[in-house]
Structure formats: structure tokens, C-alpha cells
Write a protein that binds this ligand. Structure first.
Ligand SMILES: Cc1cc2nc3c(=O)[nH]c(=O)nc-3n(C[C@H](O)[C@H](O)[C@H](O)COP(=O)(O)O)c2cc1C
Length: 173
């Protein structure tokens, strides 16, 4: 599968089968995540690999349980902002890393979900506690990984009205 095919096929999967995913495979996804660009190459992103036991424990404390109960692995994409000198770059770095995980998973035929965490009042405290995050470590989101138990249509081409030429709102004529 080409990179473009994986990007267009990637959809949020919230239901997974029981089929296992090897640790070797999930480590490949983390390699792909760590290869994302990083503002000023400061590399603040850290990964916390969660197995089914960790995921089940987290599921007990959050509203959206299903992906964590059914997925095989979860990768919490975090950043160490202690002493970080790149402004908000860490958030962008972590987001790029998380997206790489989803695209890489799709390219391997796996399903994935971006579970948003950062500044979500109803989720962040539970996630911080589960991951034992110290002050200054932030969790952007969690990628849940497994074999998909739902099939979704790949993405269409971009809507024309989303593209401006030369400057904001200058439509094509
Ligand atoms: C920052 C961010 C946070 C998200 N958080 C969640 C979430 O907590 N739970 C969930 O089911 N989906 C979450 N999603 C997935 C979106 O709902 C999904 O990307 C959107 O509906 C488009 O569908 P698609 O991913 O299949 O293209 C999140 C996506 C992003 C980018």
C-alpha cells in the first residue's frame, strides 16, 4: 500500500476483533511515530505502550470504554515539556507522531483510533492518573490499535470550497 493509499483509507475504528497484534508490530508503529518531524528537532515526544491489562484498567475510569476493551494495544503519545524551549511545538510534534501511528497501522491492515486527551476535562485526569504522568509531562492523545471489526469507506477528495487560491476566501473563478 502506498503512503497516499494508507492516508486515504485511514478511518477511525472503534470496534476491534479478538485477533492479537504482536508486540513487534506495535513497536514498528512507535518507530513510525518517532520518525515524525519535530520543531527545532527538540524531540520532546514520549510513548507509553499500554497492553490489554492497562487498557482494561483505564476503561473502568472513562466513558468511552469500547475501544479500550476491544483494542489489542494502546499507545499514549506524550511530551516531556519540562525545560522545553520550543513554545507550543511539543503539541504539534506529538500530534504529528500520533497521526503517523494511525497511517502506519492502516498500511499494515490494522484499525486505529485517536482518543483525544489533552485539555479534555472529562478524560485527562483519569489518563494522567493511569499513566502516572508527572507534572510537566502531557498526554496529547492515545492511539488504540487492533484488527478492525468495522469496515468504513475511504476518504473522498478534498471539498473544493476548502481550498482557496493565493489568499483566504479568494475562490477559484
Ligand atoms: C484531536 C482528535 C481527538 C479525537 N478524539 C476522539 C475520541 O476521544 N474518541 C473518538 O471516538 N474519536 C476521536 N477522534 C476521532 C474523530 O472523531 C474522527 O477522526 C472523525 O470523526 C473523522 O473520522 P475519521 O477518523 O474516520 O476520518 C479524535 C480525532 C482527533 C483528531
Amino acid at each position: 500500500m502506498t503512503a497516499i493509499e494508507a492516508i486515504m483509507k485511514r478511518r477511525s475504528v472503534r470496534k476491534f476483533t479478538d485477533e492479537p497484534v504482536t508486540k513487534e508490530t506495535v513497536m514498528q508503529l512507535i518507530d513510525a511515530a518517532a520518525a515524525a518531524p519535530s520543531a527545532m528537532n527538540l524531540r520532546p515526544v514520549r510513548f507509553i505502550l499500554m497492553d490489554k491489562h492497562d487498557m482494561a484498567k483505564l476503561a473502568e475510569t472513562i466513558d468511552q470504554k469500547q475501544p479500550f476493551e476491544q483494542g489489542q494495544w494502546a499507545i499514549a503519545v506524550c511530551a516531556d515539556t519540562r525545560g522545553y524551549t520550543g513554545g507550543t511545538g511539543w503539541l504539534e510534534d506529538a500530534s504529528a507522531a500520533l497521526e503517523n501511528i494511525l497511517i502506519a497501522a492502516t498500511s499494515l491492515g490494522l484499525g486505529s483510533l485517536w482518543y483525544g486527551v489533552y485539555r479534555r476535562a472529562a478524560k485527562e485526569p483519569q489518563v494522567r492518573a493511569a499513566l502516572n504522568l508527572p507534572e510537566g509531562a502531557e498526554c496529547t492523545g492515545i492511539a488504540v490499535i487492533g484488527h478492525p471489526a468495522e469496515k468504513k469507506k475511504e476518504h473522498d477528495k478534498v471539498r473544493e470550497e476548502f481550498i482557496f487560491e493565493s489568499r483566504w476566501c479568494k475562490y477559484k473563478i
